[in-house]
Design a binder for this molecule. Structure first.
Ligand code: SF4
Length: 280
């Protein structure tokens, strides 16, 4: 296999064989991220119009083979920590940054989420990675207030951890259009507050042109007003646009925002006392 096969633009999860665990070099993580995909059936409870998951279906993850997941996690940690994986397959100075729940759907929809957290804790302790890497949960937040998810996250309260919480808009119409779910502001508040109570939380927002139209000032204003309520609690905002083509069928035309367009939006959001980072 060629050197430097893993780059920020090559996120092919099939480069290395494995069902649940895959390495990627992530711009937002700032280095090597070991991804955990609990949604091997490409099922999500949302259907964002920009989603890059091929053959996405509505639904929940299928049953996870926990033994297989643990053995894959062990294999990859051994490759990264004890073997020469980083020097062989990534650019020099790439660091191992996180283990991230980042799959082909919503990870917290899995009934075995807590079991997977327990496996993760075991392996992080075994490889003495506590304080060296971050456990990241990349989520649309819909199950965040569920008591089992709360309990699962409380198990990692003494680890470095972050919740990356998706909010692409707060107006019901925008959410219906972009995420294709019915979600009220009350529910978003409940979910976000549950996340904030469980760990440092970074908002993930994808902006793009929809049928040639930039996000409206009204939508942006509502987004800013909503986050104002949490400006001393939210750790940061990640703004990004479409990195790759959407895999979802749609009548709508989606266009990636330029860096300048993202910067203009960021300059408005910076009225908030929350650090904003752009990934273009
Ligand atoms: S929440 Fe994530 S996985 Fe689910 S549809 Fe949206 S982008 Fe895709």
């Amino acid at each position: 296999m060629p050197i430097d096969i893993l780059t920020i633009t090559n996120h092919d999860r099939n480069i290395f064989q494995g069902k649940y665990i895959y390495p990627v070099v992530s711009r937002r993580a700032g280095g090597l991220s070991l991804g955990i995909n609990l949604n091997t059936n490409n099922a999500c409870n949302w259907q964002c119009i920009y989603c890059e998951v091929p053959n996405l279906v509505r639904g929940k993850p299928e049953t996870i083979n926990l033994k297989e997941l643990e053995s894959e996690l062990d294999y990859w940690l051994d490759q990264i920590i004890n073997k020469s994986f980083l020097s062989q397959y990534t650019k020099s100075k790439t660091e191992f940054k996180d283990i991230a729940f980042s799959g082909n759907g919503e990870p917290t929809a899995s009934k075995q989420f807590k079991d997977v957290i327990c496996i993760l804790i075991k392996k992080i302790n075994e490889y003495k990675l506590d304080k060296k890497i971050i456990i990241r949960l990349i989520t649309n937040g819909s199950y965040m207030a569920n008591p089992v998810i709360q309990e699962s996250l409380s198990l990692i309260r003494n680890f470095n951890r972050e919740i990356w919480f998706k909010i692409d808009g707060v107006k019901e119409h925008d959410i219906q259009t972009v995420n294709q779910v019915n979600l009220s502001l009350v529910t978003i508040k409940k979910n976000l507050e549950a996340a904030l109570n469980n760990g440092p939380t970074v908002i993930q927002t994808c902006f793009f042109k929809l049928n040639e139209q930039l996000p409206s000032l009204e939508s942006l204003g509502a987004y800013i007003n909503f986050l104002k309520l949490y400006e001393n609690k939210v750790k940061g905002i990640h703004l990004y646009s479409l990195a790759r083509l959407s895999e979802q069928p749609s009548q709508n035309k989606l266009t990636r925002l330029t860096k300048f367009e993202l910067e203009v939006i960021a300059s408005k959001i910076k009225i908030l006392n929350i650090p904003v980072q752009i990934f273009s």
